[in-house]
Design a protein around this ligand. Structure first.
Ligand SMILES: [Zn+2]
Length: 335
């Protein structure tokens, strides 16, 4: 199956030809509306949600306290999706370059798509031979709710502690703040110097991940709606600015905010943000068609296998080049 949907990106030189440490500033930005389908908690710790006071809009200078979806909660879930898929494909014959299972808690191998794309630290890792760490090429940031922290966004839910033995509801009660279903977090994922296959890998991770945050098995169900993909040599979209622009557009309809309203508002906001960029920005036209074609493409396991196998090959080639470079360096030092 051809990947014609990638033509705009190919024509605009959006992809790196190979995995390299040389920065080329090829940015691809994916704008996502993360829509909560259940109650969610995206805190670091504790009973209270993470919030931040920010300026409400770009035009509206008043202050508003927003609920946060912190960065780590977004990316950790998506990394797990890619790793799980890779394990499944290994069973089906994917030949790999790094370790079969590489985890954040134990050791990062430095040779799997996850390490190569999302980065790793050498400390305590298995890659002591190279003694390197790798910066992420998938940049994410904390996302902000469009509306303020208030009864439309947050609800305090009392949890009954269930007695494990009798399965009856105990008397111990605890309560926790939850973000309400329907709340939307606009956010951007920025890919830097990724190959075509790596782009597809990250895109699949975004679209296949549905559980985020604490207690992800009981809540934090999210649907990711991709509303735009942009090619540039700078970071054009940022989470807060995007959220503030959307706030301005939706200011009179804050009580009715839903996905369609935000999508409509985004169409107006998009041009404004692109207009203010300092470099040329190319966008993927007809994003819905693009996503539909991508969906059809990855539904087929052979296509997924191809993406994953290509990346393994690219990592292997990268490792070989690194060893060669090292050899040449030590040779020239001896001279
Ligand atoms: Zn790894």
């Amino acid at each position: 199956m051809s990947k014609d949907f990638l033509n705009v990106l190919r024509e605009n030189n959006a992809f790196a030809e190979m995995i390299t440490d040389v920065k080329k500033n090829k940015y691809i930005q994916i704008v996502i509306l993360r829509e909560l389908q259940s109650y969610g908690i995206f805190t670091t710790e504790g009973r209270i949600l993470n919030v931040a006071e920010t300026t409400a809009g770009v035009k509206d200078n008043s202050k508003v306290t927003r609920v946060l979806m912190i960065k780590r909660k977004q990316v950790a879930s998506e990394r797990r999706t890619g790793k799980a898929l890779r394990r499944k494909l290994i069973e089906k014959g994917l030949t790999i370059c790094g370790r079969e299972d590489c985890s954040l808690i134990q050791h990062l191998c430095g040779k799997c798509p996850d390490c190569m794309l999302y980065g790793y630290a050498a400390q305590g890792g298995d890659n002591a031979d190279t003694n390197q760490s790798r910066k992420t090429r998938v940049i994410t940031d904390t996302a902000f709710s469009i509306r303020d922290y208030g009864e439309k966004t947050v609800e305090e839910i009392t949890l009954n502690a269930v007695d494990e033995e009798t399965h009856s509801t105990g008397t111990a009660l605890s309560s926790k703040e939850h973000i309400k279903p329907g709340v939307i977090f606009p956010c951007v994922e920025t890919l830097v110097d990724v190959t075509e296959d790596e782009f597809l890998y990250v895109l699949a991770n975004i679209l296949l991940t549905t559980r985020y945050g604490a207690e992800a098995n009981r809540g934090g169900l999210i649907k990711n709606h991709i509303v735009g993909i942009y090619i540039s040599n700078q970071e054009v979209f940022t989470n807060l600015e995007l959220t503030k622009h959307l706030y301005d557009e939706l200011k009179d309809k804050l009580d009715d905010i839903d996905l369609n309203l935000v999508k409509e508002a985004f169409n107006r906001v998009e041009d404004e943000i692109i207009k203010n960029a300092f470099s040329s920005v190319k966008k993927v036209d007809n994003i819905n068609t693009f996503i539909e074609e991508f969906r059809n493409y990855i539904k087929d396991d052979t296509n997924l296998m191809e993406i994953y196998q290509n990346i393994e090959k690219q990592i292997e080639e990268y490792s070989i080049r690194k060893v060669e470079e090292k050899g040449e360096k030590s040779k020239s030092r001896k001279k």
